[in-house]
Design a protein around this ligand. Structure first.
Ligand SMILES: [Zn+2]
Length: 84
């Protein structure tokens, strides 16, 4: 394994949970894509340290949303903003 792992979270020095698969939402306007990324996750502050190439995955998802690309639909978005 050639990947370099940090020994502690750079933000809070907490312990890291290595090599987790995490679901991340990517939002473009009112559209949201759920993307799975590999990351080390801090057990204390939940900081996400993305593995190499994972940031590109999020950028690509945002681009796909902008271009109107779709995938299976999971849910709906309800707008409660105008309610008191
Ligand atoms: Zn942390």
């Amino acid at each position: 394994m050639s990947e370099k792992h940090l020994s502690h979270c750079p933000r809070c020095r907490g312990q890291l949970d290595y090599d987790r698969e995490v679901e991340r939402p990517v939002r473009q306007g009112n559209d949201v894509a759920i993307v799975t990324v590999r990351a080390d996750v801090c057990t204390q502050c939940s900081e996400l340290l993305l593995h190499p190439g994972m940031a590109d995955r999020l950028v690509l998802a945002a681009r796909r949303l902008r271009e109107g690309n779709t995938a299976p639909v999971l849910g709906r978005v309800f707008d409660f903003r105008s309610e008191a």
